[in-house]
Write a protein that binds this ligand. Structure first.
Ligand code: HEM
Length: 476
């Protein structure tokens, strides 16, 4: 691996830095003719948003706000990534050295715990048909407005000659995401502020917030410091993208919170508290570990404080008083639960190679009065989840399978308090789920959870090449 830092002009902007966005579309495509596609791609490459451009966009927005600018600045981003079947369609035969990527996500759906059924001995996840057929690549277009996204996407489609008739390439499915309205801006559909915690990347995010862990560049970028497997030289500064099409059953989730409200409070407060215990943060984003008994909205929105915690209050590592072991944010980033394991138990364990860069956006409408009343989802909504890492087996796949779905994780906890499933994303094909610690006053009690609130309807693994690789290895 190369230990010098990456040049931000060479990295796609969604991978590090990230796009500033209100709206976003993901267009999944298939290549019809490799030669024709490579030629069109040569024209698209100069239009791809680099990390350097994404950083400059962020600076422009800050400057605009400082100057009292009210309207949103017109900003948009464009990135492109390819699946293993896409590489094969292009005749790129080098092995990128990542098992889950090579196999594709459909093959891994059963192990991820997606719901489905076995037909003629073959597991079939309950995915939408589009994701059960080969997808060669994905174009991600983001922007400040719906119109900006449409404009950029139209230009992209024209450049690539992407058309329904095919010839060069054609669309398989388009998914549209949007930031939620008004005071729900930045919140996912269950109502919790999202996008608070991401690792800082060394020499790129040089002023991390208090508590924000800095990871080596090779945790995100191939070929850089701490990226391990052998890679083709052109893979340098690329990254693997795990995409998941996740539906959320919001009225059902809210009904469960009401039915199982933590006792000793008003029904509303008991439901609110249970929700916070499932996520590990209050809806405002305030971490339970810092404010275990009541929400603190000022803390929730303060980046100087809202990541500055580890599960290392005296005794924290052994109790669920402040935060359940299985809470979503504790399962997916067990700050100190592994680093704090004493040598006599084989610790301390580093979690640096488990960190992922998350870039999701919600999709679908707000809950309708009818859905609220019937406590039943009728409109499709959820999260277009995506994350970047240099190694899918260490990152997304490990977090889902070996942490969220693993009832014994985090390990070395009191024997009468087996953590259970991550109540938000933990899944088990078709089995039942439970967790302990939901009620801080009865930590050993097991709470029975519905089979799923987050339903996986598809996904794929992609590779986001560097700009040099796009120019030399992909385009012609
Ligand atoms: C954090 C919700 C899916 C991994 C969070 C947070 C929320 C949330 C509210 C706290 C905000 C933050 O720290 O940024 C959801 C919902 C999901 C979902 C509603 C599905 C619809 C996933 C998946 C994974 C994942 C599939 C990975 C397998 C993480 C990680 C964090 C996080 C790593 C940061 C934890 C930390 O550093 O403290 N999620 N999430 N999430 N989520 Fe999810």
């Amino acid at each position: 691996p190369i230990t010098t830092p990456a040049d931000l002009n060479n990295v796609q902007g969604d991978v590090v830095i990230g796009f500033s966005k209100r709206f976003e579309s993901a267009v999944f495509f298939q290549i019809d003719n490799a030669d024709a596609f490579r030629k069109q791609l040569a024209a698209l490459v100069p239009k791809i948003t680099t990390a350097a451009q994404a950083a400059s966009d962020k600076d422009k927005i800050k400057e605009h706000k400082r100057n009292g600018g009210k309207d949103l600045l017109k900003i948009s981003g464009l990135n492109i990534s390819f699946s293993q079947t896409g590489l094969t369609a292009l005749g790129i035969t080098d092995d990128l050295g990542d098992g889950p990527f090579r196999d594709g996500q459909l093959k891994g759906a059963e192990a991820l715990g997606d719901s489905g059924s076995t037909v003629n001995g073959v597991f079939q996840p309950n995915w939408v048909p589009a994701f059960k057929n080969p997808i060669h690549g994905v174009i991600i277009v983001s922007g400040d407005s719906h119109a900006t996204v449409e404009e950029r996407l139209l230009d992209t489609k024209n450049t690539l000659k992407l058309s329904p008739q095919g010839g060069t390439c054609h669309e398989i499915i388009r998914l549209n995401g949007a930031v939620r309205p008004d005071d729900q801006k930045g919140h996912e559909h269950f109502g919790f502020l999202d996008g608070i915690s991401n690792p800082a990347v060394k020499d790129i995010d040089t002023t991390p917030f208090p508590g924000q862990e800095t990871v080596a560049q090779g945790i995100v970028l191939l070929g850089r410091e701490k990226d391990t497997p052998p890679r083709p030289s052109w893979a340098l500064d690329g990254s693997f993208l795990a995409f998941r099409y996740l539906f959320q059953l919001v009225p059902e989730f809210n009904d469960f919170l009401r039915q199982n409200a933590i006792p000793g409070l008003s029904p509303e407060d008991g439901a609110e508290f249970l929700g916070a215990r499932l996520v590990g943060r209050w809806k405002s984003g305030a971490p339970l570990d810092l404010t275990p008994l009541k929400d603190d909205p000022e803390l929730g929105k303060d980046p100087q404080r809202n990541n500055n915690f580890r599960y290392d209050f005296p005794e924290d590592i052994q109790t669920q008083d402040r935060c359940p072991f299985a809470a979503h944010v504790r399962k997916t980033n067990p700050r100190f639960d592994l680093e704090g394991v004493p040598p006599e138990k084989g610790g301390p364990f580093s979690t640096e190679n488990r960190r992922i860069v998350r870039r999701g956006i919600p999709f679908g409408p707000e809950v309708t009065p009818q859905e609220k009343q019937s406590k039943t989802t009728t409109q499709e909504r959820g999260l277009l989840f995506r994350c970047y890492q240099s190694n899918i087996a260490n990152g997304f796949q490990f977090i889902q399978e070996s942490w969220a779905n693993a009832t014994g994780f985090p390990p070395f906890k009191p024997a009468d308090q087996v953590p259970g499933f991550d109540p938000i994303i933990g899944q088990v094909n078709s089995g039942t789920r439970s967790m302990t610690g939901a009620n801080p006053n009865a930590a050993t009690a097991s709470l029975q959870l519905p089979t799923e609130w987050v339903v996986s309807k598809g996904g794929e693994y992609f590779f986001s090449p560097s700009l040099p690789a796009l120019k030399t290895t992909f385009a012609k």
